[in-house]
Design a binder for this molecule. Structure first.
Ligand code: ATP
Ligand code: MG
Length: 345
């Protein structure tokens, strides 16, 4: 997928602004100039969500009551499309493709991008939720049908929570039984995604010339084992009125080069997270969804050597890339030979 053009209206600090993108684009500008805002607008237009806030209202420019972003993309072959995302202060949101309303599911099924941000260090050393989200995205990259399995499972969680809250134990057994194949499928797909990520991570590390490896550990039980765990927790779940077991609670752990991620340095974690995003990018490319790779100011924790290696890796990607930096083009590790977007104060 190639992003050709992006329009922002009343999005954060911008009243109205447009950008054209090349195969490699560098967005540079001082603090507060709007670099992250552009990366965020890409995510809003291509994924229907912001990575900075769960509440899109925060993205509406102060004083305005409606924001709008539009991305024009080349989807490969002869297919081009324009995707828009509009939202207001009342919480109304509208996504369109070529002028026709679409669901978020249809949007994320049609586009392909990977966002790499400073917050990704949380993916390695933060709570398991970030790692679950990462692995789920990778699983969806391997098989777009995963999104249906994941949403069916979410429906199960909602229904079961409602039953537990209202102490309606009668339906629980039946509901649990119906969830066994779903839980098994999620574990199975997550396992395959983790394998593919590990293999690509090793490829990236070799390319970077670094002795780096990653281990990803997660619950793997399927079928009868799942049935047993669901059964074993029924009494406690009923007492507490909430779910105590399932893939939405799975503890996914990561080890960087044989050490718990928590014990690694900030620069090591930042580089590890960056390699994970590159691994995700390669996975999407292999799966036939060549993604747009967006890196928002990710080099902060890295020393000069790691920054250089990271920039070389981005430069070698056979996909469209957008990189933001507060450093001017050509300075430090920032390449000068690309489409430049220079933002002012
Ligand atoms: N809803 C909003 N309305 C108006 N301005 C906003 C809104 N939300 C954020 N801003 C402002 O937009 C500016 C740009 O923020 P952004 O995070 O995109 O900058 P940046 O170039 O990424 O900076 P840095 O180099 O510090 O990361 C900030 O000054 C911020 O205060
Ligand atoms: Mg920023």
């Amino acid at each position: 997928m190639h992003l050709e053009h992006l329009l922002l209206r009343n999005f954060r600090k911008f009243d109205e602004i447009e950008f054209s993108f090349g195969g490699r684009t560098l967005i540079s500008g001082p603090n507060g100039s709007g670099k992250t805002t552009i990366a965020e607008a890409c995510a809003a237009a291509l994924g229907g969500k912001s990575f900075r806030t769960a509440d899109l209202k925060e993205c509406i420019r102060e004083g305005a009551d409606h924001a709008f972003v539009k991305a024009t993309v080349d989807l490969g072959g002869l297919e081009r499309a324009s995707f828009t995302s509009g939202f207001d202060r009342k919480g109304q949101k509208k996504l369109t493709r070529d002028g026709l309303t679409i669901s978020r599911r249809a949007l994320i099924g049609a586009t392909s991008f990977v966002l790499c941000t400073q917050e990704d260090i949380e993916m390695v050393s933060g709570s398991p939720k970030r790692r679950r989200d990462f692995i789920d995205r990778a699983a969806m990259g391997l098989d777009r049908g995963y999104i249906d399995i994941a949403s069916q499972y979410l429906r199960f969680v909602k229904q079961k929570t409602a039953l537990l809250r209202h102490e309606r134990k009668s339906g629980l057994k039946h509901l649990n039984e119906a969830a066994v194949p779903l839980i098994s499928a999620i574990r199975n797909r997550r396992g395959a995604a983790a394998q593919a990520i590990i293999a690509n991570f090793e490829k990236v590390a070799r390319q970077a010339g670094l002795e780096l490896s990653i281990a990803i550990r997660m619950p793997a039980e399927e079928g009868d084992e799942v049935r047993k765990r669901l059964h074993d927790r029924m009494v406690r779940e009923a007492e507490r009125g909430c779910l105590l077991y399932g893939p939405h609670l799975d503890d996914i752990q990561m080890e960087l080069t044989g050490r718990a991620a928590k014990s690694s340095s900030s620069g090591e974690v930042a580089f590890g997270a960056f390699c994970l995003r590159l691994a995700e990018t390669l996975l999407l490319g292999d799966a036939g969804w060549p993604p747009l790779f967006i890196a928002d100011e990710i080099f902060s924790f890295m020393d000069r050597d790691r920054r250089d290696r990271a920039m070389t890796l981005v430069g070698a990607l056979p996909f469209q890339t957008v990189v933001t930096s507060h450093r001017p083009a050509g300075e430090g590790s920032v390449p000068g030979d690309c489409t430049l977007i220079s933002l002012g104060e």
